[in-house]
Design a protein around this ligand. Sequence first.
Ligand SMILES: [Zn+2]
Length: 281
Amino acid sequence: MKVHLCKKVVQKFISILLCVSILSSSMFLYLPKNNIINTSNVIEITQEEINIIDNNTIEVSDNIGNPQITSRSGIDRKKVEQEKTIYEIYELIINNKTYLYFDNLDKVEIQKDYLIRNTENLSVYINSITSESLNILSDEFTINNTVENYILKYKKKVTCFPTISHRVTSTYGNRATRNDFHSGIDLAGNYGDNIYAYKSGKVIKVQYSNVSYGNMVLIEHDNGMKTRYAHMSSIIVKNGQNINCGETIGYMGSTGNSTGNHLHFEVIINDKTVNPYNYIF
Ligand SMILES: [Zn+2]
């Protein structure tokens, strides 16, 4: 009886073991089988592509079963299109007549900014084009030479002479004949001549008077500099207005403490007058 029971237990153990092993082996076979199918699919597609290229033609059918021929020339054209490189080129167009070619947007923008910063009345813009070749690109010498020539020709004026006439009738400093200190320079001219701003800046005072400076404009520039324009017949700017170099601010006259038509022009650095001669000549 004991032996019979023992035999039954051993039989049951063996059958369980067999079951587990079959199950696990079938699982093991099932999993990698899918991967293999996928791989062979990839190989089949690759081979088909090779066949298309190797054979002159291939017969395929469309959605409704009509046979269609894909010619070798069609495949070749596709291949050529893939191999051809199209370059993006940047044109720097100066005054609508000079063209410089760059392969890099940063490089062309640096040259454009440099030109705009240092010139006036110059048209500069960038255009993007495509090219099959890089032979079109401008060399460094051509770029630098062209840009420098334009800067020389169209150089931005930083300072502008305040009157039409450049004739000085009274200099800055002690005046022996009148025993006083002349805080500016007197520039001759005719009644109604334009008076120009010496530098770009902001109008900080507009004064109408019959004494002293007469009709006067004071402009504030950068680095602690101010310029004063006195004895004008009329003023055409307003307090707080931004002014460009050479912009007309008013007209020549003889208002205030003046004996004839002229401009009394002062240069003030950190609230002290200096000799304007060195600034305008
Ligand atoms: Zn004066």
